[in-house]
Design a protein around this ligand. Structure first.
Ligand SMILES: [Zn+2]
Length: 418
């Protein structure tokens, strides 16, 4: 690589101004963004993004789920494009960085290459995935799930929001039900820049997270059926107390996650006691539980351990406990060639970095099931995300975009300028 190329930097002010400009689409008084998938605000940011991509010389195509692909040709048209991007939708009270940084940084990489007159060997494809957040339509990471055929198109289009509007109707309403068949845009790899959404980089005063793994996850729906009876006249040994049963299950989840740690977490939440009264022993409770870990063996052990603990607790307390696994996703392992390129880019740019596990889910988890994939993290203030207070510094956003740029040059080929 020539010195000029190895010193190439994205335009930090230009990237920052696009982040501020797009934050107006659905901007909230508290400085956050409310831009639900396929809403009017989503249409506005999509129109902006399409125009910006076209102005940068990219050919934009839209698939049947509204996923947006902006193609930049390479020297070798026979090579599959390297995908770069993220998502532009937000949580109902979201911030202006989650997803947006990765999408706009991908655009900034292209603008930088244009300015420098660099044509990569492999084509590049700047991507905006539809409905990553999943707060209007479930599940999350919907567009990328469709792209990798994790869910069938018809099933996704039929999913409805709280008002009964289907994904298909919402796509039509904003004019983003595209012609391109789902999955037709072939990619040679995918790389996503994202804020960490956790506290580790900030706590360790580091700039770049080289994401090597994504958490596997199991979600359970639980129902405990005991027996409601008088709180004053029922002796302790004759009770079938659903809440006391749940308290043991909560501790079993916590104990398992601690014992099989440090890279395992377990949570019980969303608890509802039926027909509550202060002088009735709780007889029926529903709850949600989950485990997450980047290790497939530990995920299996957590599941087995919880099933066994629940069976023991239920038998001893003579209550019935139904524990349904409603979602299970095995851990993601990102591609060593891509994570290696990310680490090398950070090294070359003199940026502090460390390997990381992603605790949150991302479109990249889906992409990793079909093509070599990787992620870059940058710090966010206090680790806060999915909140209007979500914040990241201009310097960190620019650092992440520069790592993206140099990883792209390494992975897509710098077009013989070396
Ligand atoms: Zn995100």
């Amino acid at each position: 690589m020539t010195p000029a190329l190895s010193n190439l930097q994205i335009n930090s002010d230009r990237l920052w101004s696009t982040i501020l400009e797009t934050a107006q689409f659905g901007g909230t008084p508290k400085g956050g963004v409310r831009r639900l998938a396929l809403s009017e605000e989503d249409r506005q940011v999509r129109d902006w993004f399409r125009a910006a991509c076209e102005a940068a010389g990219l050919a934009v195509s839209i698939d049947q789920l509204g996923n947006m692909f902006a193609l930049r040709p390479g020297k070798d048209a026979g090579k599959a494009p390297l995908g770069i991007g993220s998502h532009l939708d937000t949580q109902p009270t979201g911030g202006k960085f989650d997803g947006i940084l990765g999408t706009l940084a991908a655009l900034e990489v292209v603008r930088t290459l244009n300015d420098a007159g660099i044509e990569t060997e492999a084509p590049l494809c700047v991507i905006n995935w539809t409905n990553e957040e999943g707060s209007r339509f479930a599940p999350a990471m919907m567009g990328s799930a469709g792209h990798v055929a994790d869910l069938p198109l018809a099933e996704i289009l039929a999913r409805t929001d709280a008002e009964g509007v289907s994904v298909g109707e919402a796509l039509d309403a904003i004019g983003y039900r595209g012609e391109a068949p789902l999955g037709a845009q072939k990619l040679g790899g995918f790389l996503e820049l994202h804020i960490e959404q956790g506290p580790i980089l900030e706590a360790e005063n580091l700039t770049i997270g080289v994401v090597e793994h994504g958490q596997g996850i199991i979600w359970y729906d639980g129902r405990i059926t005991g027996f409601e009876s008088h709180a004053g006249s029922t002796p302790m040994h004759l009770r079938k107390d659903a809440l006391a049963t749940l308290s043991e299950i909560v501790l079993a989840v916590e104990t398992l996650a601690v014992e099989l740690g440090p890279n395992a977490v377990g949570t019980v939440a969303d608890i509802a006691i039926a027909r509550q009264s202060r002088n009735v022993i709780p007889g029926e409770i529903t709850f949600a539980a989950e485990f997450r870990t980047p290790d497939a063996g530990i995920l299996a052990a957590l599941d087995k351990g919880l099933q066994a603990a629940v069976a023991r607790i239920a038998e001893r307390r003579k209550v019935s406990v139904a524990l349904d696994t409603i979602w299970r996703k095995e851990p993601t392992h990102f591609d060593p060639a891509i994570t290696g390129a990310v680490a090398q880019a950070a090294q070359k740019l003199g940026l502090s970095h460390r390997p990381m596990v992603s605790g949150a889910g991302h479109d990249s988890f889906h992409l990793a099931t079909i093509v070599p994939t990787g992620m870059i993290f940058v710090p966010c203030k206090d680790g806060v995300s999915h909140n209007e207070l979500e914040s990241a510094t201009q310097a960190d956003c620019a650092a992440g975009a520069n790592v993206l740029l140099h990883a792209v040059l390494a992975l897509a080929g710098d077009g013989g300028k070396a």
